[in-house]
Design a binder for this molecule. Sequence first.
Ligand SMILES: C[S@@+](CC[C@H](N)C(=O)[O-])C[C@H]1O[C@@H](n2cnc3c(N)ncnc32)[C@H](O)[C@@H]1O
Length: 214
Amino acid sequence: MIEPDFLHTTRTAYDSVAVQYAELFANALDDYPLDRAMLSAFADLVRADGAGTVADVGCGPGHVTALLHRLGLTAFGVDLSAEMIAIARAAHPELRFDVGSMTALALEDGELGGVLARYSIIHTPPERLPEVFAEFHRVLVPGGHLLLAFPAHDKPSELAEAFDHKVALAYRWSPDPVAELLRETGLLQVARMVREPEENERAFQQAHLLVRKA
Ligand SMILES: C[S@@+](CC[C@H](N)C(=O)[O-])C[C@H]1O[C@@H](n2cnc3c(N)ncnc32)[C@H](O)[C@@H]1O
């Protein structure tokens, strides 16, 4: 099967910056207490539902996968970039990390209790977002949770706005249309957190959407 250009471009870009990315973001969550609170709530909800396995999709160097593990979840990471996965495996040899794409996860239907996609949908062209959400829906068990984090913009009439991300072309998303797209896919909103940007976040608000498979 021919790979779409955006996957090739994104993989090549992250392969080339994986080492720097891992160094830069190793302790990134220390600065974001509200993000940690959403991750912690997500972990609580997955545990309350019977603690199914959680995939950290677009896990990068695996630091957030490791946090999910510390929060008591059976978590593994998936990433397009083989270089990112090599770094994640070296840093966290006790955890599972797979090379793969969110557009076609090598997972069974209903296999997961939770999916985390933290800043990893940002390189998905807007017209491909429905197929990614359908894939998240497919791999989740009924009642399973998905936590999405992404840079936001505040024009509710526009799903996406491209911005010049340092690694590869990226999009920030308007939470209302994203939530509507998720709802149409069968993923219903549980909670939403939109916070103001920290200094290094380019004045973009940051959104977390927590949804649940009906
Ligand atoms: C901005 S980084 C975020 C990494 C990590 N989630 C974090 O919070 O630091 C985006 C990551 O998503 C991965 N990614 C982008 N598109 C992907 C796709 N279609 N499937 C799997 N991973 C993808 C990239 O390779 C990169 O490692």
